[in-house]
Design a protein around this ligand. Structure first.
Ligand code: SAM
Length: 326
């Protein structure tokens, strides 16, 4: 079992399969983003070797992300390989949903349990403006395909950006009345590439919640007040689905963080919002043994920082969000 020096059991790994993406969301990366060459990225066998290393240390929950994980040519094989590793209890994915119409069924067949689909607005014009190229209808069809394939409960992730989609929360939340879905609002976090917008146009949980309550009345606490992953859960009385808030900036949840991240270029990041990284791919390619890698990993996890430094003005600037994996 991997523990950090504060006694947290670290058992949840997010693996970014690629830094490439078929969208260019304004809060995630710059419009002229250049992607890294494939040779610098983990190859299928390397993803499997490193994932197994984590599974052997007691990691039981894996989320595939990116970039956009569904643009990886081997995404179905990756899911299949990881889902069949001893000790893995759940494999989920965060995706923009664009390719889910085609991929939901094969991914479910391969062993994927659930998807989180990013959806910031139900207005097709605003959607295109925020993603700089996306087609809302494709994403909507992808969500329905995911539900049909049993990748449930469906969770929808929304980032609210001032000047782009504030005022659209009610439409998203209304989906929970008739669908057993979770609509989760993620507070915008600052990274390189879009820092000015991420800081200057952030909309806080308090503001989002007050607009939702003006439209629907007071929200009820859901999930017995327990976190669902990192989300605090609420409910419109009588609704089929739930509403979540993931508010790393104004309501940090570092004390309960059980996560580590493996970037597409094989680098371990023990805190999303800290620049410190440990390269695992380089030693793997240089011939490090499983035991060497295991020691490096245990050491790095032990040193996981207590929390992020946003309150002290520390902003991680060594990568843009799509190069880390949300
Ligand atoms: N391409 C996939 C997607 O769109 O879901 C997976 C990668 S994306 C980086 C993962 C999540 O991070 C998405 O839900 C996205 O909205 C969120 N995200 C991206 N940039 C963010 C930021 N600056 N602050 C908060 N969330 C962000």
């Amino acid at each position: 079992m991997a523990l950090d020096r504060f006694g947290r059991k670290i058992h949840y790994l997010r693996i970014s399969l690629t830094d490439h993406c078929n969208l260019r969301c304004i809060y995630c990366m710059p419009e002229d983003m250049t992607f890294r060459p494939n040779a610098e990225m983990m190859q299928l066998d390397e993803i499997m070797i490193l994932a197994r290393l984590f599974a052997d240390l007691g990691f039981d929950k894996i989320r595939l992300t990116g970039g956009e994980p569904t643009v990886h040519p081997n995404v179905v094989s990756v899911v299949q390989g990881i889902a069949s590793m001893p000790g893995i209890r759940s494999v989920s994915m965060t995706t923009n949903g664009v390719l889910l119409s085609k991929l939901a069924a094969p991914l479910a067949e391969a062993g994927l349990d659930r998807v989180n689909v990013s959806l910031d607005t139900l207005d097709p014009v605003k959607f295109k403006r925020m993603t700089r190229r996306g087609n809302l209808e494709e994403v909507w069809n992808g969500i329905l395909a995911a539900e049909q394939a049993g990748l449930t409960p469906i969770k929808l992730n929304a980032v609210v950006v001032r000047g782009y989609n504030e005022e659209d929360e009610a439409g998203l939340v209304r989906l929970t009345l008739d669908h057993p879905w979770q609509v989760r609002f993620i507070e915008m976090m600052p990274f390189a590439g879009a820092t000015a917008l991420q800081v200057g146009q952030r909309v806080t949980e308090a503001e989002i919640r007050s607009r939702i309550e003006q439209a629907f009345g007071p929200l009820e606490v859901a999930n017995g007040g327990e976190l669902d992953g990192e989300a605090r859960m609420f409910h419109i009385p009588g609704a089929q689905g739930d509403i979540g808030f993931i508010s790393s900036v104004t309501v940090p949840f570092c004390a309960s963080c059980a996560r580590a991240r493996l970037t597409a270029d094989g680098v371990l990041r023990t805190c999303l919002l800290r620049e410190h990284e440990i390269n695992l791919l380089k030693p793997l390619r240089a011939g490090a043994t499983q035991e060497d890698l295991r020691k490096m990993l245990l050491d790095a996890l032990w040193q996981k920082p207590w929390g992020h430094g946003l309150a002290d003005g520390e902003i991680p600037l060594n990568r843009v969000m799509s190069e880390i994996g949300g």
